[in-house]
Design a protein around this ligand. Structure first.
Ligand code: AMP
Ligand code: MG
Length: 653
């Protein structure tokens, strides 16, 4: 791999340079290689610290032991320094008498007298062995004989109870290597060698700037069409989690002069600058234009074959990395963890983050676009043979998927899928896996939170993964969850759920929820109608737009029954949740849709009841005795849960 500078052709002028960079999409690997070549080798920023202040820091240099530890041959016990040859014949029936030399060697006293044949010198634990002695006999194995002699009834071998000089640490030995994180053990080793100060890698100062006119800092009021600056907070936290020191500079509007001033100041005070947003070709996207003026070589890669994360921009300005992450928070996180953290750690003298990677099996096939490295958000649960990684992405714009996700996996650019059963490497967002106590996989319902709340308060962690009823049943059959919430109507038997159970699963009744038509309360078109008439009227009115649900949703089955083959305006708008339907109607993007009563009421919408569905649980029988499952069953049957469910508009079974 060549240097990053030589691989970018030198263009005649700046506008040509910009064009060249836009056109050239690099592979992830090529972008990483160029970034690495432009950044390294380089010295690790470091400083000298007193031992007490060095905890948790990586050592910046190898340390060689300046002395032997212990510095002299030392007794390990309280007893007598002897010549082992004198005691070779000693035994229970044949004590050997030794004359005591007239000194006592305490800790910290240097011996004055030599131990001659037939003599012994009293010595304390830690005392230096006197000349002539080659072993120590424990005081318990001797008897005094008058005031100036002892009888020994045991033979001793040479070296017994002696720690030789340098036996713990030998002078000249490599004591600690550069990069070692200093813990209490390392502090102890350094102290034992008399080292008071060490050179450590100082924390890398990383400035963080968000860009965008629409951004508001958390804590401030949210204006219409504004959003909270999420990237600033997450990126800063992730920098700190990786041993850096984030300097959070807030959000700068899309104003070239202000942004350039902020970037210059940030770079002057930091080792690295991480921006987010404004990195596409959009008219308001400025950061990458400014980078060219901040130092050499400038942009290394702008446009990387990633999904999501294509607009990622990597640059080096006079030795300092400048990175523009994509604006969407999940894209920003994928690219930051996958491509920026390794460089940040390497610059800071930290080893790659081993604790942030785990391997897990993917239970379902994940389709992937050929030609781009794809990042897929996953939630981890404990399976029969190790961790299982459920893909849980909700699109690159969804910060909420972080709530359920533990990390992400990467699908190679040359693969068009990751087959079910693949063992994949998962990069954790926060480096420790918390395997949940209770795993619920299937259809989601807002009532679920009401039932699981007491478990969370009792310290049990609950993970619920929304994959729909059928997906939940499949997970339950594979033993990947404790419970699968389902609401599946069987046309033949005209009953809910029970016909779908297979061996190994049992039904736990949950609650009933009313499905019906939502509309805005002031929309006279629906007033006084029943569900069937309301739908018929809506279908007949071309100005009346519906919002549908996704294929596979229980609600969708009900909608299709009502529509009977009609495809009114809005049919192809198919969001994946009850709440999204209510939001579409409330925000006038649609006029009607189907959702559950509690969601309609919470959104202050009109509601026409249609059918009450049974939301029950398929329980994996083999997991029934697990404490968290018992706690869930207790909670489900409790008066508190029933009251909470009723208050929210559900009818407990
Ligand atoms: P941009 O690349 O600036 O067009 O941003 C792409 C998307 O990410 C837009 O929807 C932005 O509103 C959003 N975005 C950009 N920066 C942030 C941020 N700091 N926090 C949350 N969302 C952001
Ligand atoms: Mg923007």
């Amino acid at each position: 791999m060549g240097s990053g500078m030589t691989m970018i052709p030198k263009p005649p002028d700046r506008s040509a340079l910009e064009q060249e960079q836009f056109l050239k999409i690099l592979s992830r690997e090529e972008a990483l290689a160029r970034f690495d070549a432009a950044l390294f080798p380089r010295p690790i920023p470091n400083e000298v610290r007193k031992l007490a202040g060095a905890l948790d820091a990586p050592l910046a240099e190898d340390i060689t032991a300046p002395i032997d530890v212990p510095p002299f041959d030392r007794s390990n016990v309280d007893g007598f320094a002897v010549r082992s040859a004198d005691l070779s014949v000693a035994g229970e029936g044949a004590p050997v008498r030794l004359a005591l030399n007239r000194e006592i060697i305490h800790c910290g006293t240097a011996p004055m007298l030599q131990v001659m044949t037939g003599t012994a010198t009293p010595i304390a634990t830690g005392g230096p062995l006197p000349r002539g002695a080659d072993a120590v006999v424990m005081v318990e194995h001797t008897q005094p004989s008058g005031l100036d002699a002892i009888d020994v009834r045991r033979a001793v071998s040479p070296g017994q109870f002696v720690s030789y000089a340098g036996s713990d640490i030998a002078r000249g030995e490599a004591l600690l290597r550069a990069g070692t994180i200093i813990g209490s053990r390392e502090i102890g080793m350094l102290a034992a060698c008399g080292i008071a100060e060490v050179r450590i890698a100082r924390k890398l100062r990383v400035a963080v700037i968000s860009t965008g006119d629409e951004l508001v800092q958390p804590g401030e009021a949210l204006a219409p069409a504004a959003i909270y600056d999420t990237n600033g907070a997450i990126v800063a936290a992730a920098i700190n989690e990786n041993g850096g020191e984030a300097i959070l500079l807030g959000a700068i509007p899309d104003d070239e002069a202000r942004l350039e001033a902020a970037m210059r100041e940030a770079l002057a005070n930091a080792d690295m600058l991480v921006l987010s947003g404004g990195t596409s070709k959009g008219a308001g996207d400025l950061s990458h234009r400014i980078i060219g003026r901040l130092g050499k070589p400038g942009i290394i890669a702008h446009g990387v074959a990633l999904k999501p994360g294509k607009p990622l921009c990597l640059a080096v300005c006079d030795g300092k990395p400048v990175v523009i992450l994509p604006g969407f928070p999940t894209s920003a996180m994928f690219t930051f963890h996958d491509m920026i953290v390794p460089a940040l750690r390497k610059m800071a003298g930290l080893p790659p983050r081993a604790d942030a990677k785990v391997s897990a099996t993917v239970p379902v096939r994940i389709a992937s676009e050929l030609g781009r490295t794809e990042f897929v958000m996953v939630s981890l649960v404990e399976g029969k043979d190790g961790l299982i990684a459920y893909p849980s992405g909700k699109g690159s714009g969804a910060i909420t998927s972080f709530a359920q996700a533990d990390g992400f996996l990467r699908i190679d650019a040359l693969a068009d899928q990751m087959p079910a059963g693949t063992n994949a490497e998962v990069t954790l967002f926060t480096p420790h896996v918390r395997v949940p106590d209770l795993v619920i996989v299937g259809s989601h319902c807002t009532g679920l939170d009401l039932v699981t709340a007491p478990l969370a308060h009792a310290g049990l962690s609950v993970r619920s993964i929304a994959v729909g009823s059928l997906g939940g049943l499949a997970a339950a059959r594979r033993g990947e969850c404790d419970l699968a919430p389902i609401h599946l109507f069987d046309d033949k038997s005209e009953t809910y759920n029970t016909p779908y159970l297979v061996e190994g699963l049992e039904l736990v009744p949950g609650w009933r929820r009313m499905q019906g038509i939502v509309f805005r309360k002031d929309d006279k078109r629906f007033e006084g109608l029943g569900a069937k008439e309301a739908v018929a009227a809506a279908v007949a009115d071309p100005a009346c737009i519906m919002v549908n649900r996704n294929q596979g949703a229980g609600t969708r089955i009900l909608i299709d029954r009502l529509l009977g083959g009609a495809r009114p305006e809005g049919y192809w708008n198919q969001p994946r949740s009850h709440n999204a339907v209510a939001a579409a109607v409330a925000q006038h993007r649609a006029d009607w849709g189907m959702t559950i009563a509690p969601v309609a009421h919470a959104a202050n919408l009109g509601f026409i009841p249609f059918a009450e569905e049974h939301y029950d649980f398929a329980l994996v029988t083999s997991r029934k005795q697990r404490p968290a499952v018992q706690a869930f069953l207790d909670a489900l049957g409790s008066d508190e849960a029933r009251t909470a469910l009723e208050r929210a508009g559900f009818r407990p079974a």
